[in-house]
Design a binder for this molecule. Structure first.
Ligand code: ZN
Length: 247
């Protein structure tokens, strides 16, 4: 069984469509690690795609902020403006679906899903020290996390923690990681809608645990078209600019 792993879509339907067309025929079921909305211009379109696909989705901090489940005092002014714009755009049925999303960690289909850290859905996992608890305490060998918008991850065996630099080169579509039991993995598919690891292409992963592989994908999409819709919507300029560089 092949699992399509989506994360941090951030209301970017053009990026999501590029991902779905690249992944077509390569997966059997789909999961999403949260931040369906926030930042981008297409909150209803992106929510509708996940509903159509029946994607098993957990909530992210932006989904919580938009639906009023979290106060936005900690958000910077730019993120806060996007939250308010998104809330005003969303159809009532989409707001209802987003506000009912379960929180991580969620065990499903042999893997565990979290948005941020295993112990705290809103915490970032950037460093090996931050990854250690998740690697040790998860109920599955392979745990997927998002929130940082950085593709890659960590693995652990015999008290050795390894940082996985597993991003495809600019000329490649994907890089494959071999899963070796009983090694444990904390893996980030990267962000579809707003990558921040220096590669502006949309990021996702496909896990085939029956064949012990996880593929980390990058696909180009029409960034300018998304930026034009963001300008029309009067979304904050820094959010528009960062899509070009993927930072
Ligand atoms: Zn995010």
């Amino acid at each position: 069984m092949r699992i399509l792993v989506l994360s941090d879509l951030h209301s970017n339907a053009t990026a999501l469509d590029a991902v779905l067309s690249a992944a077509k025929g390569h997966w059997d079921l789909s999961v999403c690690l949260g931040d369906v909305v926030g930042y981008g211009p297409d909150p209803n379109e992106v929510t509708a795609r996940l509903l159509e696909m029946g994607t098993q989705t957990i909530r992210g901090n932006h989904d919580k902020a938009v639906t009023g489940l979290m106060i936005t005092d900690d958000f910077n002014p730019v993120a806060k403006a996007a939250v308010e714009w998104t809330r005003a755009q969303l159809k009532p049925e989409h707001l209802a679906w987003l506000s009912a999303l379960p929180h991580g960690p969620l065990a499903t289909d042999g893997v565990v899903l979290v948005h941020g850290a295993l112990q705290d859905e809103d915490e970032y996992v950037f460093t090996p020290a931050q990854a250690l608890d998740g690697l040790l305490d998860s109920t599955a060998e392979v745990t997927f996390f998002g929130h940082t918008h950085h593709q890659g991850g960590f693995s652990y065996q015999d008290s050795q923690l390894e940082v996985l630099q597993i991003r495809p080169r600019p000329s490649e579509s994907f890089a494959a990681l071999r899963i070796e039991e009983p090694r444990r993995y904390l893996l980030n598919p990267g962000s579809i809608g707003q990558p921040r690891d220096g590669d502006p292409r949309a990021a996702f992963a496909i896990a085939d645990l029956d064949h012990q592989t996880v593929e980390f994908w990058r696909v180009p999409y029409d960034i300018v078209a998304v930026q034009e819709r963001m300008r029309l919507a009067k979304l904050p300029e820094p959010l528009i600019q960062r899509l070009t560089v993927g930072r």
